[in-house]
Design a protein around this ligand. Structure first.
Ligand code: BDR
Ligand code: CA
Length: 302
């Protein structure tokens, strides 16, 4: 069973990733949720993490707010597939509980130090919090069990202006710090998540006998699916539930941080492993029908 911290920027697909984890207590235990600036501003990603935990009755999972901007000045935010509020502007009820006082970066450090070798980090937003935790307390690198992240596009085009993937493009410096950390790393980039596609048939399947939580999840996905048909972030939690859904290759991945270059693009370094650079397991394939079966079966349990 994985004990995880989900570092997220909800975000509709982040919300589905969380719901999938909540519905899978045999395989996943979430010790905390940390939030970061990304799909929407930090106050909104934090509000959304609280709304999602409240919706699923999981107020017991602490939510810690993290960084409100990337390491280097960022791009102005544009309206996105997640809506102005980040959850599809559907009026999802506000939580009555609040975020913890401790900053996300300190929560990550303290949790990893307390349980060396036990905690898997699951970043599904920009990597600012993880990078700053590694800078503030470098000794956590050897104590983190693994990082399983959504971000990048190593062998395929990106989904932002400079052919980068969104999470990496928002904070490429943070991504480079994390990817070069030497922590056991599994990367779900657009190489694989583009194949986790929402189709009309899959919506029809999800809509059968749906519970109130399912109904809200489907409404959020419908809003989001009209702009981006891929469920990126749920691939990360699905992998922890059933790794046999996916296949990948090992590569050394570097991030382009030059504002005049392909800013935020991830690329495989030729013969990087030969140079002794840290290798990342880059996921490239998914059995998407089994993935959707899993999502359908598990969300129904909530
Ligand atoms: C990533 O960007 C965000 O829009 C999604 O939540 C996902 O984490 C996909 O590029
Ligand atoms: Ca996300």
């Amino acid at each position: 069973k994985s004990r995880i911290i989900v570092d997220c920027d909800p975000g509709v697909d982040d919300a589905i990733a969380l719901l999938l984890a909540f519905a899978s207590p045999d395989e996943i235990e979430i010790v905390g949720i940390t939030t970061v600036n990304g799909n929407v501003s930090l106050p909104l990603t934090t509000r959304n993490a609280l709304r999602i935990t409240a919706m699923a009755g999981r107020q017991d999972i602490p939510v810690h707010a993290g960084c409100s901007r990337p390491i280097m000045p960022g791009h102005p935010r544009e309206p996105s597939v997640h809506g102005l509020d980040g959850l599809g502007d559907l009026g999802v009820a506000d939580a009555t509980h609040e975020a913890e006082r401790q900053h996300a970066v300190d929560f990550i450090i303290d949790t990893v130090m307390r349980e060396p070798g036990q905690i898997t980090l699951c970043p599904i937003g920009p990597l600012t919090n993880i990078a700053l935790a590694l800078i503030k307390e470098p000794s956590i690198a050897a104590k983190i069990k693994a990082i399983v992240l959504m971000g990048g596009a190593v062998f395929n085009p990106g989904n932002t202006a400079t052919d980068a993937e969104f999470n990496i493009w928002i904070d490429p410096h943070a991504a480079q710090i994390v990817l070069s950390s030497g922590i056991p790393m599994t990367m779900f980039g657009l190489d694989v998540t583009r194949h986790a596609t929402l189709t009309q048939e899959r919506f029809d399947q999800l809509e059968r006998d749906s519970s109130p939580i399912m109904k809200t999840a489907i409404a959020m996905m419908r809003y989001y699916g009209s702009g981006d048909a891929s469920l990126h972030d749920p691939c990360v939690t699905a992998f922890l539930i059933d790794p046999t859904l996916f296949k990948g290759v090992d590569a050394v991945v570097e991030v382009d941080c030059d504002p005049k270059g392909a800013y935020g693009r991830t690329r495989a370094v030729e013969n990087g492993a030969g140079q002794g650079l840290p290798v990342c397991h880059v996921i490239t394939e998914v059995d998407d029908s089994r993935l959707f079966q899993l999502i359908d079966q598990r969300l129904r349990l909530l």
